[in-house]
Design a protein around this ligand. Sequence first.
Ligand code: GAP
Length: 452
Amino acid sequence: MSVENATASQAAPARAVTMEKLVNLCKRRGLVFPTSDIYGGLGSTFDYGPLGVELKRNVKEAWWRETVQRRTDVLGLDSAILQHPRTWEASGHLQNFTDPLVDCKNCKQRFRADHIEGDRCPECGGELTEARQFNLMFKTFMGPLEDTANTVYLRPETAQGIFANFANVIDTQRVKLPFGIAQTGKSFRNEITPGNFIFRTREFEQMEMEFFVKPEPAEEQRWFDYWVGERFNWYVRYGIASDRLRLRPHAQDELSHYSRGTTDVEYLYPFGWGELEGIARRGSFDLDQHAKFSGKDLTYFDEEAKARYRPWVIEPAAGVDRAMLAFMLDAYDEDVVENETRIVLRLDPRLAPVKAAIYPLLRKGGHPEKAQAVRELIARYFTTAYDQAGSIGRRYRRQDEIGTPFGVTIDHQTMEDDTVTLRDRDTTQQERVPIGTLVATLVDRIGWYREA
Ligand code: GAP
């Protein structure tokens, strides 16, 4: 599938999912809970439950596997959330990472000036204050003294930890341009209008990569196009329908202060098209700024050209929570099995929180003991669930709605010939598989290294 084709077709196919249905499923099945639920919640902050944490880990691993593990030109990093405060002066975030804020003089609600049309309050029609710039960074203090000299910020993007370590990486690793440095981790933004569940929150996780290239326009263009294509196709490979994805280049007046060109990968959420990931050309803006503010040499020595320069950067920057939301929304389906409507999350098996559920058909006759032994065997490699409560049909439904791709049933025949039935979530078809080849069959079906 080419990116061009996918971008051209933007029709919205009918779908069963709504935000309300997904939020309810997430709460009911332990994927996502509102933070501090017992205290009435904390504005647009969420916790990931036992199944949500597995899905989130799988999303990050899928990104890492393809951005770092399988490549020879990208290295990993894990930098601190708290950075030297000069970082944010140099990066421009202290001065520029702001949103224009207006208050309604009548109902006192706050809005982002750039999110409303007209000059009256969208809620009550009241008069609005003049717009003022509001910095999105969370502040705290390092050490016991709460004064300006000790102010530090929770990072609003993971990217700056990468730029700050540029010299450390090139001094300790054998790297040659072009190469990338990637990391995943928490970022924090004091968003004025968070919302739409885990789409926009104040604490979230990012998956970012800074790809350093020769400072030449043709080289920059080549790698920019490459990464836009790669990132678009990553979402498709992991299960998102390509007609619910599109590319949107930023207009000049919406570019971030560090960017000289950004294209977003957008997804068609139930509330409309919205950003999933941004791919930006940052040029040498960040390395130039950090060199200036730190006084350190942040150049790269080009052996062939015998020249020193600060490389330019292409940055694919994705959100873990937003990717999770898109994967769940796109996988959500309802169909009829044995005259009953079921909810089924058709997640890519690599992303599914539980890979295989193990069911003893009966609670006697040695079935539970055998099922536990099979579970232990599979659990060496994958996350499993064990369920012996209720009819087998009900047990299948429980796993279908959390997206478990495979069900393994231990029945009478298992006790005789050491085979089990293997049920497929999507087709609901079953086949008999020897226990001896079960793990290999699952590895094959999960398809870790499938290319398409
Ligand atoms: N380093 C560049 C950068 O941070 P960004 O477009 O501001 O770029 C990258 O953020 C990605 O991080 C977004 O595409 C989105 O997926 C995620 N993201 C940003 N703000 C978010 C928020 N408040 N809540 C959830 N995810 C967010």
